[in-house]
Design a protein around this ligand. Structure first.
Ligand code: HEM
Length: 231
C-alpha cells in the first residue's frame, strides 16, 4: 500500500538511507559540504588581518546576497542535522555495522578515532551554538549590530572567550583530522599503498585549518589585531 503512495525514486533514496552504506554515504557527503563551509569561513575570517574595512565589507557583501546566503544557511543546517542524526544512528547500530563500512581499518586507529569523534563532535556542536548566539544573533558578549570586525576583536580581547575558542578549535582540528580520513575511506579512494599518504594529508589539512582559526584569537590576545575605534 505505502509503496504505491511513495514515488519510486524517493522510495529508493529512503531505502538506501536505511542501509549502513547509505548512512555512511550521507555522513561523507554532508562532511564534504561542512568541510567546504569551514574552508570558506576560514578564508573569510582571515581577512581580519587585512583590517576592519575589508572584514566588514565581506560581511556586508554576504548580506547583499540574501537568497544565496539563506540557501547556504539552509543547506548547512540540513547537512549538520543529517551529519548528527546519521552519527547517532550508526553508533546505535554498533561495531558490527561499522566493520563492513571501512576498508582495512586497523583496530588501534579505529578505537582512537571513535573515542575522539564521540566527544570532540558534541563539544564542537556546543561551540557552534555559542558561536551563533555570539556573532550571528548577537545575544552574548561585547557585540553590536553592524560591527563584525569589532565584535570579533572585542570578544577575543576577553581571554576566557579566547581560551574557549582555542579549545574548541583544537577539538575541531582533531575531529577534522579523522573526519577527512573517514570521508576518503567512505568514498573508497583509499588503498593499502595510498592510505599512509592520505592519512598524513588529512592530518596536515586539519593542522593547517586549526592553525588558521587559532591565529585569530591569539593575534587579538597578543595585541596584533586591535579594534577600529569606530563605534
Ligand atoms: C576564530 C574563529 C572564528 C571566527 C573569528 C568566526 C567569526 C564569525 C563571524 C564574525 C560570524 C558572523 C558572520 C556574519 O553574520 O556576518 C560567524 C558566523 C558563523 N560561524 Fe564562525 N568564526 C570562527 C570559527 C568558526 C568555526 C570553527 C565554525 C564551524 C565549525 C564556525 C561556524 C560559523 C557558522 C555556522 C556561522 C553562521 C553563518 C551564517 O550566519 O550564515 N565559525 N563566524
Amino acid at each position: 500500500m505505502s509503496s504505491l503512495a511513495v514515488p519510486a525514486p524517493i522510495d529508493r533514496v529512503f531505502r538506501f538511507y536505511q542501509t549502513t552504506v547509505g548512512k555512511k554515504a550521507i555522513m561523507a557527503v554532508t562532511g564534504v559540504v561542512l568541510f567546504a563551509f569551514i574552508l570558506g569561513h576560514l578564508a573569510g575570517n582571515l581577512q581580519v588581518f587585512e583590517g576592519q574595512a575589508k572584514f566588514d565589507n565581506y560581511a556586508i557583501f554576504l548580506r547583499s546576497l540574501p537568497a544565496a546566503l539563506w540557501s547556504a544557511r539552509i543547506v548547512l543546517l540540513v547537512c549538520v542535522t543529517l551529519h548528527i542524526v546519521t552519527t547517532v544512528q550508526l553508533a546505535l547500530l554498533g561495531k558490527s555495522a561499522r566493520a563492513v563500512s571501512y576498508v582495512k581499518k586497523d583496530n588501534a586507529a579505529a578505537s582512537y578515532a571513535s573515542r575522539t569523534m564521540y566527544w570532540s563532535g558534541p563539544i564542537v556542536g556546543a561551540f557552534i551554538v555559542y558561536h551563533l548566539a555570539q556573532f550571528t544573533f548577537l545575544l552574548t558578549g561585547p557585540v553590536m549590530e553592524g560591527h563584525p570586525y569589532d565584535n570579533v576583536v572585542l570578544s577575543f580581547q576577553q581571554w576566557p572567550i579566547s581560551v574557549f575558542y582555542i579549545i574548541a578549535m583544537v577539538l575541531l582540528g582533531m575531529h577534522l583530522s579523522h573526519g577527512v580520513w573517514s570521508m576518503f575511506q567512505s568514498l573508497g579512494i583509499t588503498s593499502p599503498t595510498r592510505s599512509p599518504f592520505i592519512k598524513s594529508a588529512a592530518r596536515l589539512i586539519a593542522i593547517v585549518i586549526t592553525l588558521g582559526f587559532l591565529s585569530i584569537p591569539i593575534a587579538v590576545l597578543a595585541g596584533f589585531v586591535t579594534t577600529s575605534g569606530a563605534r
